[in-house]
Design a protein around this ligand. Structure first.
Ligand code: PMP
Length: 436
């Protein structure tokens, strides 16, 4: 099999050396350090449509898409022009603007699952605030999360499963007090018995259960409808709120996200990524009644100097307007379906032990023979070695995937048929190297 010559990373390596003097690990977010894949991280200079260019002048077709926000690709004309227009008027006022109304209206008038919303500046902040709201509303302290779901880095959520089926969590980061972990119970996905035991063990103590609408931060762990229905019922029966973290799935699976995908009504929904069009934005929404508990209307405090930032709102508005055009999501899903089908046919022909899981315009490669993976502990850590080989072979052919085998890929509306044909050929080549 043809091996590929490694791309030059000399400039990126030089910048990385400098960056190590400034930032822990040389980065401002850990996964960017390329610890799980081959070589030095690539420093990106610019992007246009589905393409990015690094400091050494290498060009890539990008499937990381800034980890999800760039559903319209890079340097989208509509977003660029709208943001440029707003730049003349000022960057931040710390006062209400009509732009916040406009983005909120675009979201709420197209989404039957929430009635009021509050804008914040990141997904982490959205989820942190949603948890506080759930605790304030229910006057209970404990929350339940699932192993394999990521909800940002607030203290309550940097918690992993303890030893028993249903026990208090253990902190997954130094610096998180044990007292916080004691309020967070972590159980496996797709395990009805564990959910039942949680509510039996902690009656009237669970404020909320939080789940990623479709878990997509630790592989793509597609859940069964029946399980999500059960989750909805058991939370309702026990007076606990169900929080859907739709930071990834919100506006990725249509305007109504995973809630509509399953046809269930969560009590609180969190958003991020796409609603900011590449600018820092997050949001959480719920019924009028639940949102009435947020300050200044209610007793749950939450605020932000840059919340509803005019530039970020403008980027979000320009994004959502384009997503609202008829057939947008159908087209993107069809493109993704064809991309995945072509690759699956090649994989079957060659009898390679690799699966592609997909929903909407999200895909994930898993090096396994299992045709269904619903829980984090079903992922074999050994398979990540194969991802590493594939990742390197792809970079060397001009294809940029996320720098970890646990990360999903995104197809944007800017990916052309030609981009995808080139990518399919590159993936075929990469897989033949992985399995040679
Ligand atoms: N929730 C989910 C589902 C996410 O995917 C992420 C980010 N990957 C977050 C929360 C945290 O968002 P942020 O990185 O913007 O703080």
């Amino acid at each position: 099999t043809a091996q590929y010559q490694d791309i030059s990373r000399a400039k990126s390596a030089e910048l990385f050396e400098q960056a190590k003097n400034y930032f822990p690990g040389g980065v401002n977010s850990p996964v960017r350090a390329f610890k799980s894949v081959y070589g030095t991280p690539l420093f990106i200079e610019r992007g246009d449509k589905a393409h990015i260019w690094d400091a050494d002048g290498n060009e890539f077709i990008d499937f990381c898409c800034s980890w999800g926000p760039l559903i319209l690709g890079h340097n989208n004309e509509g977003i660029r022009e709208a943001v440029a227009g707003q730049l003349d008027k000022g960057l931040s006022f710390g006062a209400p603007t009509r732009l916040e109304n406009e983005l909120a209206d675009l979201i709420l008038s197209n989404n039957t699952y929430i009635e009021k919303i509050r804008f914040v500046s990141s997904g982490t902040e959205a989820v942190m605030s949603a948890i506080r709201l759930a605790r304030g509303y229910t006057k209970r302290d404990k929350i339940v999360k699932f192993e394999g779901c990521y909800h940002g880095h607030s203290d309550s959520l940097l918690v992993k499963a303890g030893s028993g089926l249903v026990t208090f969590g253990e902190t997954s980061s130094a610096g998180v007090p044990k007292a916080f972990a004691d309020e967070t119970i972590v159980i496996a996905l797709n395990d009805k018995a564990a959910l039942e035991e949680v509510f039996r063990s902690f009656p009237d103590q669970i404020a909320a259960v939080i789940i990623e609408g479709i878990p997509a931060n630790n592989g793509l762990l597609l859940q069964e409808q029946a399980y999500i229905n059960f989750l909805r019922e058991i939370t309702r029966d026990n007076g606990s709120l169900l929080i859907f973290d739709e930071v990834i799935t919100g506006f990725r699976l249509g305007f109504q996200g995973a809630a509509h995908y399953y046809g269930i009504r969560p009590d609180i929904i969190t958003y991020g990524k796409i609603i900011g069009g590449g600018m820092p934005v997050g949001a959480y929404g719920a019924s009028k009644e639940i949102m009435g508990n947020i300050s200044p209307d209610g007793a749950v405090y939450q605020a932000g100097t840059l919340s509803g930032n005019p530039i970020a709102m403008t980027a979000g508005i320009a994004t959502l307007k384009q997503l609202a055009s008829p057939g947008f999501y159908e087209k993107q899903e069809e493109t993704t379906r064809q991309f995945v089908q072509t690759l699956r046919a090649f994989i079957a022909e060659n009898q390679y032990d690799v699966q592609i899981f997909t929903v909407g315009s999200i895909f994930w490669f898993a090096f396994t023979t299992q045709t269904s993976i619903t829980r984090a502990d079903e992922i074999d850590p050994q398979s990540m070695e194969k991802y590493k080989i594939m990742h390197r072979a792809l970079l060397n052919q001009g294809i940029y995937f996320g720098p970890s085998g646990y990360e999903v890929g995104f197809i944007s509306s800017a990916h052309t048929e030609e981009d995808l044909d080139i990518t399919i050929q590159a993936i075929k080549n990469a897989l033949s190297i992985v399995f040679e």
